[in-house]
Write a protein that binds this ligand. Sequence first.
Ligand code: ARG
Length: 586
Amino acid sequence: MKEILKQIKEVVICGFKDAGYDEKFAMVTLSNRPDLCQFQCNGAMAAAKEYKKAPIAIANEVVERLADKAIFSKCEACPPGFINMNLSDEFIAGFVSEMAEDTERFGVDKVASPKKIMIDYGGPNVAKPLHVGHLRSAIIGESIKRTARFMGDEVIGDVHLGDWGLQMGLIITELKLRKPELCYFDENYDGDYPTEPPFTISELEEIYPCASGKSKEDEAYKEAAMTATYELQHGRRGYQALLTHILNVSVNDLKRNYEKLDVTFDLWKGESDAQPYIPDMVQKMKDDGFAYISEGALVVDVKEDTDTKEVPPCMILKSDGASLYNTTDLATMVWRMKDYNPDSIVYVVDKRQELYFTQVFRCAKKTGIVPADKNLYFVGFGTMNGKDGKPFKTRQGGVMRLEYLLKEVEDKMLEKIRENGTMNEEDALKTAQIVGLSAIKYGDLSNQASKDYIFDIDRFTSAEGNTGPYILYTIVRCKSILAKAGVDSFEGKILPAHSDSERGLQLELTKFMAALTAAYEDMAPHKICAYIYDLANAFNRFYHDTKILAEEDEALKASYLKLLWLTRNVLEKSIDLLGFKAPERM
Ligand code: ARG
């Protein structure tokens, strides 16, 4: 369906053209004074300069040409030259009726030329429990992925595991101390390695922090870990077999955790998968004259004339020849281009890595790893802070494990549900999970991603205000009325509004396409949140002053129910794109 603003604009263009003005002035926006009108056009002001005429005179001439258009119930010129417009109730009702006919997409067309997009999100580090630092990437990335898919793009989500580097050497070193008899450490062993891992996930999670602690105090231990890392990276069989075990055990656990968040990935590739591509990539950078030695390290210059801040060279290899985080990210682009050839790659990463990604992106473009016609996007997110305004911590001051955070929020929801006392324990538990997830995800996504926000469990779990539970309450309310009415599919059209609140609701529904398009184009899930908050408010206003089930006029009642059905579906589609669901009851 054509977006409502575009439909209005087409009509206003006729007005400008008929009055002898260029159509470029026919710009239509939502009104910033909803008390005065629904939509406005400020084009007469701009036209005034070009045509050297008073803006109000132009506005008057245009409005005259629009007077008989059925789309408007009001179209008037206001000093100094605004054109204020209200849509006719018939037009609005026709528009939402058409949305309701489209029972899958509610009027939102797919993009004309779909793209292939790869999204790099999640970024957990193996053998370390998922913590809140990884929450935002998963939540935001999942929503960007779902939205782009809904708009018709082909989207590949890649978790990009942190499975390379010193952390692996540390685990190997500690394991060797504890279980030196294992065949993985015997350099003369040339048989097959066991398929059963020599540790469980809880052991692994305990081994890593223990090893990391020791390495900070004990030079020799750290030395050993570095050697193990080097040997692993240079193909020592036993260590590679251990890496496979670490990955398997860890990835299973990660999958379980991401499942709880309702976050999925198409690819479970890691940094280690990029390593085979490094030697050729580096050789080519040298051969093409991009990489040169500076202070012993191999670097590529990436500064540009227009830089206002210094952008240091991108380091490709350290002076000892070791590869870096940069090297891995660049080599990852090599296989992403070779195996998938996406039109763009989107990185959903902490905004503190922005300069780093500027360097890596420029280097990839300059050296041709990523062709010029492809796009690289950095979606940087801010920090999730505690109520003290500092990065979120456990009460003991440690890094909060994601599982515990989820549990805390679920428990809070459970408490509230039990207080209501309307559900058996099993349903209450299930509902607490669903609603708890909405509280976390909406709390996160309703903020512009690049901003820091405060994780406020009381506010996020509240059923009032701009929260996930509030949106879910609204959906559940629609569902329960529809269930009472005993209908879930409708013939006939939605009738022109009978009240201000109904008009408000219908008008809000017309904005669905524009909201989704903006969220999609800007990779900004908060725009979906802002929209559904307005929609939920409009619905609740309508609900509070309308007798729906008790309405005696059958046609009107049917129209109300259809409007309710559309509201519920638009809300449910929206939260699905945000990455959570609504329960049947609350
Ligand atoms: N593993 C990294 C971390 O925990 C995040 C990875 C981000 N993605 C990337 N392609 N560098 O900080």
